[in-house]
Design a protein around this ligand. Structure first.
Ligand SMILES: Nc1ncnc2c1ncn2[C@@H]1O[C@H](COP(=O)(O)OP(=O)(O)OP(=O)(O)O)[C@@H](O)[C@H]1O
Length: 245
């Protein structure tokens, strides 16, 4: 569905992506992990067209994504880190933001309430403002917005950041259910290994601008890669021996 080949991107002489090859197949949930500053967000921004790569290709359904950007974005949903809700809009308008012009107020509001129910939020939440919600509720509202237009592709950017372990586990489980239920393809970027195990079918480890290891989540624990094993177990290495980030 999405093929990334030889993706390269530098900022001011610093090469952040250095030939990234990655595939996302139809209906698959791919999780991208990697140390801080390894280019996970830059990779997502390149796919979204918010950054222009220096070299490489991004294909969607076999053709350059750049030539079908509008169609791609139409069938795309995203859960932003910290949910990124508009503070001045009630929750239902946040959820139905993209659909309001097309559906009109009444249908858009009804759809928002339906999506809020799907993520475990009561109808009364629809008329609250983001500041009135807890972090976990905001994350759920962001998730409702991500799925409002029944996307074919969903990106989850650090979905559990800022949540306690119990709320994080609930969000992970909800994301997995939604991905299974909708059949959408998903890319998640995270540092949270619990998210990897809960959400992912496949995992790709970015290191020094390249995909250092990729495979099924079930193979990850037994993979012969020291850095991956350090990453999984949260083990620190002696100074000078860790990969650059
Ligand atoms: N617009 C930009 N201009 C200059 N440098 C940038 C820009 N965007 C990203 N970078 C640099 O690219 C590197 C990778 O950043 P990126 O945000 O993709 O990392 P990340 O893997 O998502 O990190 P984290 O896990 O900490 O969020 C960083 O060194 C960052 O400073």
């Amino acid at each position: 569905m999405i093929e990334v080949r030889g993706l390269t991107k530098s900022f001011g002489g610093k090469r952040v992506l250095d030939g990234v090859d990655l595939d996302l197949t139809e209906g698959e949930s791919l999780v991208v992990i990697g140390g801080s500053g390894t280019g996970k967000s830059v990779l997502l921004r390149c796919i979204l067209g918010l950054e222009t790569p220096d070299a490489g290709r991004i294909l969607w359904r076999g053709k350059p994504l750049s030539s079908q950007r509008a169609e791609f974005l139409d069938g795309f949903g995203m859960l932003f880190q910290n949910a990124a809700l508009f503070d001045s809009l009630p929750i239902w308008r946040n959820v139905a933001f993209r659909l309001l012009p097309r559906l009109g107020r009444k249908r858009a509001r009804a759809l928002a309430i339906e999506k809020l129910a799907r993520v475990g939020l009561a109808a009364e939440v629809a008329d609250l403002f983001p500041a009135e919600l807890s972090g976990g509720m905001r994350k759920r509202a962001g998730l409702a917005r991500a799925i409002a237009a029944d996307p074919k592709v969903i990106f989850f950017d650090e979905p559990t950041t800022g949540l306690d372990p119990i709320r994080a586990a609930a969000i992970n489980a909800l994301i997995r259910d939604i991905v299974d239920e909708t059949g959408a393809s998903a890319i998640t970027i995270t540092h949270d290994m619990t998210s990897v195990r809960s959400i992912g079918d496949r995992v790709a480890l970015l290191d020094r601008g390249q995909v250092r290891w990729q495979g099924d989540v079930s193979q990850m624990e037994h993979a012969q890669d020291d850095y991956l094993q350090d990453f999984i177990s949260g083990r620190a290495r002696p100074m000078g021996s860790q990969p650059q980030g």
